[in-house]
Design a protein around this ligand. Structure first.
Ligand code: GTP
Ligand code: SPV
Ligand code: MN
Length: 622
């Protein structure tokens, strides 16, 4: 068979001539820069996916998991296991566009900026010839339901078959997108693992990556992402954090909507009233679990629209509506089991790519939290390849940031409206984080501006989703600190500006599932019992004015007994869950003030200073 070539490079699959003109120009540029050996235009078919998995199995990058249907397991180079925030950059003409200028002597923590000139140098150092000997896969994809006016197109060139397999799950990808795109604009994404052939040094665990030169760069003015050196998650599946959050929020700012790190769920109460809400928690703080919640209260139903990202705008009637731009879940494995998240367990039985979990001798997967589900007589090989791994070993069986990548449509509780082109109507916005002390189970903001302050001051214990170790409580405005692509002061300003006459502003809440007692034990059972808190929140959004809230210095908190605690397995201590220690909060206000004024400095909206003063005032009289 004679192969058609493009710019002298054989096209092994797909038809270059059928590509829209703008896509062809993009491909031409990337081929000339990266010099791949082959080009493959992805069609998104099952047959193509089989081919990708076969290639990955042959290369030793993934192994089949015969215990399940069409599932595979990938193990990465141990240096490539999470997002790398320190190597993630936003490139704009002026620095202040991308990140605030902190007070003199203060190190900025709200993103990394690179000048366009420096980015050019960085690109020239990395991308020329970076795909030598490899195949360039060209993916056309859509973030959001096909045909929705809220959706956006993307094109990604990548030299990783693993990325192709995962992007097919996480986005709507393939021929149907190219057909729908025509000459529309798209976000331009270029990704390389940064390991041209022949290799300069042997791969670790057969996983190509280039940790020394890893760079994830975004040009927000031109909707471009360039990612080099990592094959993992948010670094390489560019539709996710790079496009839907970083580029997305920059577009959202220009167009007057919100792109947020939020799950979306519908909650139906026993009376049959259904309301949707969104919740923003930092990475590894419970979004996927809340999105797939199995209610412990009888008569309640929770249905999932999305588990990580929400694109939201007000419609012509002033109703906030949200779509989930994604098509799959990239969820944390450890801690997921039939007790904590049976819905996720059911979802991942088929067509799932697992990354960095342990393997069982019967061809299944294992991670911390699955001990009770382990069949008798089965042995475990850890994610690092340690055979006969034993519970209680020094190193965990699965990497703490190990993930499942699975199509959303497989979720048994996927919402019937999850692909509604108009989005679902949102009545409440929830913020939250891991706060071991001082922060109550739930409180409600006093108004929109105070709610924006609650979002701007989210803090949470560090997790392993990025390159952090330890449990230090870190500030994470809007749970989006790693995903900010423009000045955090303007981000807060954009949220403030969403409040307009004619718009029905959702109520804003804060929750904390992670408060601990003096012995370090969680005070709240969490998971399915979180429905009790959602129920209180939705009763607060109802037109029927129930007497269930009281004013406190942080905002409205539940009146004692107003959260349904019937049938809890173990009693909880209401007073401890809602205690507002004055010393803690006076220090917290000082911390918030220092952080916001040090970090955002001159770009901090004055409304936030007013909220700081008011909060301090309320506590000083408490
Ligand atoms: P990303 O996908 O990284 O954005 O994380 P996420 O926000 O989706 O968090 P996820 O739901 O995957 O939960 C992260 C970890 O927190 C898991 O180990 C869960 O078992 C644990 N977790 C989730 N919800 C709760 C809860 O209500 N209580 C407690 N104690 N732990 C929880
Ligand atoms: C997160 O870290 O918030 C994730 C995983 O969802 S990643 O896609 O790697 O960003
Ligand atoms: Mn998640």
């Amino acid at each position: 068979m004679k192969l058609v070539s493009f710019k002298g490079v054989p096209v092994v699959r797909g038809n270059v001539d059928s590509l829209p003109r703008k896509v062809l120009t993009f491909l031409e540029h990337d081929v000339e820069l990266c010099q791949p050996a082959f080009i493959h235009i992805c069609d998104g078919s099952d047959e193509e996916n089989r081919l990708m998995l076969d290639i990955l199995i042959a290369e030793g990058i993934v192994q089949p998991l015969p215990k399940y249907e069409n599932c595979v397991l990938a193990h990465t180079d141990p240096r490539d296991v999470a997002r790398v925030e320190s190597k993630t950059f936003i490139s704009t003409e002026s620095q202040r566009e991308a990140i605030p200028v902190p007070k003199p002597g203060v190190k900025g923590q709200l993103g990394n900026w690179m000048s366009p000139e420096d980015l050019d140098v960085a690109i020239k150092k990395r991308f020329p010839g970076c795909m030598k000997g490899r195949t360039l896969y060209l993916l056309a994809y859509c973030m959001g339901p096909m045909g929705s006016p809220l959706s956006k197109f993307g094109i990604q060139a990548t030299d990783s078959a693993y990325v192709v397999a995962c992007m097919r799950i996480m986005t709507r990808m393939g021929m149907q997108v190219l057909d729908a795109m025509g000459d529309s604009d798209f976000v331009r994404c270029l990704h390389s693992v940064g390991c041209p052939l022949p290799l300069k040094e042997p791969l670790r665990r057969d996983w190509p990556c280039n940790p020394d030169l890893t760079l994830i760069a975004h040009k927000t003015a031109t909707n471009e992402v360039m990612s080099f050196g990592s094959g993992y998650g948010g670094n390489s599946l560019l539709g996710k954090k790079c496009f839907s959050l970083r580029i997305g929020s920059a577009i959202a700012r220009r167009e007057g909507w919100l792109a947020e790190h939020m799950l979306i769920v519908g909650v139906t109460n026993p009376e049959g009233v259904k309301r949707y809400l969104v919740a923003a928690f930092p990475s590894q703080c419970g979004k996927t679990n809340l999105a797939m919640l199995t209610a412990s209260l009888p008569g309640y139903k929770v249905e999932c629209v999305g588990d990580d990202i929400a694109w939201m705008r007000f419609d012509e009637k002033g109703q906030l509506r949200a779509i989930n731009p994604e098509n799959g879940f990239f969820g944390v494995c450890p801690g997921t089991n039939n007790k904590t998240n049976p819905i996720a367990m059911e979802t991942i039985q088929r067509n799932t790519v697992f990354t960095n979990v342990a393997k069982t001798s019967d061809g299944g997967v294992f991670w911390e939290g699955l001990e009770e589900d382990l069949p008798k007589g089965v042995s475990i090989t850890s994610w690092l390849g340690e055979e006969n791994w034993q519970p209680g070993s020094e190193r965990p069986a699965a990497h703490p940031n190990s993930r499942f990548c699975v199509p959303a449509c497989q979720c048994p509780t996927i919402d019937p409206n999850w692909e509604d082109p108009a989005g679902v109507p949102i009545d409440a916005i929830i913020f939250g984080g891991r706060r071991p002390v001082g922060v109550p189970l739930v409180y409600e903001s006093l108004n929109w501006q105070h709610g924006v302050f609650v979002g701007a001051t989210v803090s949470s214990e560090a997790t392993t989703a990025a390159e952090y170790s330890g449990h230090e409580v870190m500030h994470d405005p809007f749970s989006s600190r790693p995903f900010l692509s423009y000045n955090a002061g303007n981000y807060i300003g954009h949220w403030l500006e969403m409040e307009k006459p004619g718009c029905k502003m959702p109520k804003i809440f804060h929750v904390n599932w992670f408060r601990r007692d003096s012995k370090g034990k969680f005070l709240w059972p969490g998971f399915g019992d979180n429905i009790r808190v959602l129920d209180w929140i939705l009763r607060r959004c109802s037109d029927e004015k129930e007497d269930i809230a009281q004013m406190s210095p942080v905002g409205f908190i539940p009146k004692k007994g107003s959260i349904n605690m019937e049938g809890l397995e173990n009693p909880v201590d209401w007073n401890e869950l809602f205690d507002l220690p004055k010393d803690f909060w006076m220090t917290e206000v000082d911390n918030i003030e220092k952080y916001l004024t040090d970090q955002i400095n001159e770009d901090l909206p004055p409304e936030m200073l007013k909220e700081i003063q008011d909060l301090r005032q309320r506590f000083s009289q408490y």
